[in-house]
Write a protein that binds this ligand. Sequence first.
Ligand code: PEP
Ligand code: MG
Length: 588
Amino acid sequence: MAFSIHGLSVSRGVVMGRAVLVGSSRRDVAHYFVEPEQVAVEIDRLRAGRNAVIEEIIRLQASIQQMGPKDTPQELRALLDVHLMLLKDEVLVEGVKQWVSERFYNAEWALTAQLEVLSRNFDDMEDPYLRERKADLEQIVERVLRAMQGVASPVLPGGPDRRRKPRKSDREAAEDDLILVAHDLSPADMLHFKQSAFSGFVTDVGGKTSHTAIVARSLDIPAVVGTRSASQLVRQDDWIIIDGDAGLVIVDPSPPIRAEYQRKQAQNLAERARLARLLHTPAVTRDGEVVELMANIEVPQDVSAALACGAVGVGLFRSEFLFMGRHGHLPDEEEQFAAYRRAVEDMHGLPVTIRTIDIGADKPLDGSQRDDAHLNPALGLRAIRWSLAEPAMFTTQLRAILRAAAFGQVHLLVPMLAHESQIQQTLAHLARARASLDRRGVAYGPVQLGAMIEIPAAALNLRPFLAHFDFLSLGTNDLIQYTLAVDRTDESVAHLYEPLHPAVLRLVAQTISQARKSGKGVAVCGEMAGDVAMTHLLLGLGLRNFSMHPSRILAVKEEVLRADTRVLAPWAAGVVAADHPEQAILLR
Ligand code: PEP
Ligand code: MG
């Protein structure tokens, strides 16, 4: 029977497909399709992994036998018996084979998919003893996965086949789109899934501007976060629809509902085609104001999407994504330089704004775990605070960015500054980085220096920023979080995360106006820049540089083309001064 789950819409559009549940502990296994002719090889890999674990347990049993009953607890013997029994269980073996031969999942994916199915069965059991066997099942699956690590797949994850969808001639069932359903995904997981076959995402946790949501948006596929319980309610391989516009997940939809959503999908496609006609139209308002629409990117490869959507530059390259999920092996100067240079060269002379590492809070260095060792990670050692605490890392990054600037137009952006002392330290590190390149005789180029304004203390004290920087970039995602004391990643307070709160708007308005008065550039690179409901307000406040996900550029351009800033300016001033801007913005 159909039912729906409500969450927060993070990425627009509609997708229908099969649910793929990814359990938190096994998130790291590769998900890719194998060719039909490789199914047998994949099943052999599974068999080899399972047999290795069976042999290991039998060897253990034999050594226990030799020790005699007094030296080994009865529980251990019983446990090994249970593990053997589970390993030989046909429901596990046959189920896994089915995922490989009918859905063409790689072996590890098939094993974890079947684990999810069986775990649900255990959860539903009345008998507490049987229910607890779920932990044993999880353990043996982990052991088989480990045993399989030594037996590489002939189809390497990350290789060209990674994105392969089953061919039309494959079984019809395998042609469905796949939708990832998980309790939580870290930003690094999301980056990993950029290369995968999924057509949509659903998570239990997360806010609209959590970094997981931001990466989902950059993938330009429908996604819903903050559903609280989707990973409990949806079952492996269920038919689901994601309505990214409404923040809705529909499970097991009836034929009329499916037909309705097919119509919606067709409408979305038509809308995209309509917007695509604006690709080569310059973003100029009706009264002749030129507006720069730039792209936010996470990795250099995103540059192609930015250019394809008509971006006139990269307004935010979130460099921290190069550092995530590296298990301690952080990129050195050469690797960073290569990545920055690639982005700069691929933009063919258009500016690239490289932000120094913004790690911490919901972007831990090591992918799968959030930084909850500290009670308030968003207020802790994050972004520039982290960089200044790791001076060697920071100057290495600065050197790499300066070197890339020899190959094109580079803007260097520093996140989360609040104190004048941090500005001075940053400038000193920059001077040190230049001096060290001089000593080495390595070429580097000039950069425009920018500061992110994303802490209220910075927005309320712009003087030192305007004195030392060439431009400011408003990070509205964090500015809202810190102004309203609302965790941007916490779905339980998402209703309080209000971009139109009068306090937020006043900080945004005065930052734009003071920067302009001082003759400095000012941009917005938070999610507000890609929200068409905010475009006219920001234009009215004097903003002429917007940076957003490439997929939002054409929709925002359409709003720019409709705008007359002479009319918008007094109206915007009224909205900012209003007690209820959310109502005032509707009156025009
Ligand atoms: C912001 O805070 O608005 C911003 C652009 O930076 P991030 O989302 O990466 O924190
Ligand atoms: Mg930020």
